[in-house]
Design a protein around this ligand. Structure first.
Ligand code: ADP
Ligand code: ASP
Ligand code: MG
Length: 415
């Protein structure tokens, strides 16, 4: 008998009707002989509502208390789903992150999972229960409730699948797989039957919301078989059909397949750019700027340093928009200390990138991308590349245009 972990996102559990459908789907997999662990998100809109409540009280909510509040969304859904399963005759038990003991570090609102205690889950599975676990949350050494960052239920699902050595982790969502780009922005986007793990990692790091980046990192580290599929198909869809549907994240590139030059376009609106002007150009300066930011647990992404002139240089980098204020506060001290002339924050930019393992063996992807953007009059503010990705930072007002144009230029409608 095999063990599968299924994760259902916010839209998939967005109403009691939908939760009943999830119960039917889970019951189908259980009846087919699988042990099933289900991870659920809060009902759609709920986490936003909870965060807004907190912000009504405190403009910059206390992180520990914010986690206490935000984690309640998932607690409601696990109870509802466990009840819906019992209603149709399936034995089920719900668990919060703390009850499982999903141990995390202490970084409130973006905690990392350190360890998962399998004992309770294994015992319940053995006695024939479906185990329903709250996504997005854990507990630190001190017993404080933590959350894993927006979209974190994906990571809960994959981490549980890794800990339990599940046969597959199925991410059920409101689209039927991973597309060449977000189908909400480009309706012509095509579903990919497979995507390599590396490509998925780059897409997620660029902000493709369909999988949280940490879930992909977990899948890579522990070789979890990961599939993204739709929760909106009829729950009684034949299991053989459902098992093959959606997009499989593969660990090997298909040697028989002619690799497309570009597999997908991803983007992220939640970016902020910081430019420091008049930085003394001497060894250790990048370290002196970025180390205090890393110490504050802020992730820095695209980094550009100009060629120095007259002993001075300019330095720019991007952070998540939520971290802009905190970063600017840190820079006030840092810039005074290193003697930089000024620093400017810009929260009107976004990131757009093209991803594809095919880039390894082809030249000219960058120039094709830059020409397409230039023809639309889109100015590139920053560029960063990896072997299989080219990212640009541009004005956020051009984001959708850039995505549409690049999708077309790289022939992704015909995938
Ligand atoms: P869930 O609530 O199930 O976790 P999310 O809203 O977090 O769902 O993620 C699913 C959404 O991701 C889709 O509705 C789609 O708009 C968006 N998305 C962004 N990029 C892609 C992509 N490349 N393929 C599929 N969906 C994408
Ligand atoms: N409910 C959380 C969020 O909205 C986690 C998730 O849905 O994955 O971010
Ligand atoms: Mg999500």
């Amino acid at each position: 008998m095999s063990l599968i972990v299924q994760k259902y996102g916010g839209t998939s559990v967005g109403s009691t009707e939908r939760i009943k459908n999830v119960a039917k789907r889970v019951a189908k997999w259980k009846a087919a002989g699988h042990d099933v662990v289900v991870v659920v998100s809060a009902m759609s809109g709920e986490t936003n509502r909870l965060i807004a409540l907190a912000k009504d009280i405190q403009a910059h909510p206390d992180p520990r208390e914010l986690d206490v509040i935000a984690a309640t969304g998932e607690q409601v859904t696990i109870g509802l789903l466990a009840m819906a399963l019992k209603e149709i005759g399936v034995k089920a038990r719900s668990y919060t992150g703390a009850q499982v003991r999903i141990l995390t570090d202490r970084a409130h609102t973006k905690a990392r999972i350190l360890e998962i205690d399998e004992n309770n889950i294994r015992r319940d599975l053995k006695s024939g229960h479906v185990v329903v676990v709250a996504g997005f949350q854990g507990v630190d050494e001190g017993g404080n409730i933590t959350t894993l960052g927006r979209g974190g239920s994906d990571t809960s699902g994959v981490a549980l699948a890794a800990a339990l050595k599940a046969q597959e982790c199925q991410i059920y969502t409101d689209v039927d797989g991973v597309y060449t780009t977000d189908p909400r922005i480009v309706p012509e986007a095509q579903r990919l039957k497979t995507i390599t793990f590396e490509e998925m990692l780059e897409m997620a790091s660029l902000g493709s919301k369909v999988l949280q980046i940490r879930s992909v990192e977990f899948a890579g580290k522990y070789k979890v078989r990961l599939r993204v599929l739709s929760s909106l198909t009829p729950p009684d869809l034949p299991i053989e059909e459902e098992a093959k549907s959606g997009t499989l994240i593969t660990f090997e590139e298909d040697a028989n397949m002619e690799q497309a030059l570009v597999s997908g376009i991803a983007f992220n609106r939640d970016e902020a750019k910081i430019t420091i002007l008049g930085v003394p150009d001497r060894p250790g300066i990048a370290y002196q700027i970025l180390d205090p930011i890393a110490d504050a647990n802020i992730e820095v992404d695209v980094i550009v340093q100009n060629i120095g002139k007259d002993g001075m240089t300019d330095f720019s980098f991007t952070v998540h928009r939520n971290d802009l204020k905190k970063t600017m506060d840190i820079l006030k001290l840092v810039c005074a200390h290193i003697g930089a002339r000024e620093y400017i924050g810009d929260d009107k930019c976004c990131k757009v990138g093209v991803v594809g393992v095919g880039m390894r063996s082809h030249v000219g992807v960058a120039s094709k991308m830059f020409r397409a953007l230039a023809e639309e009059g889109i100015n590139i503010q920053m560029i960063s590349t990896s072997e299989i990705k080219i990212t640009v930072v541009i004005d956020e007002k051009y984001m959708e245009l850039a995505v549409r144009v690049l999708h077309k230029v790289f022939d992704l409608e015909m995938q």
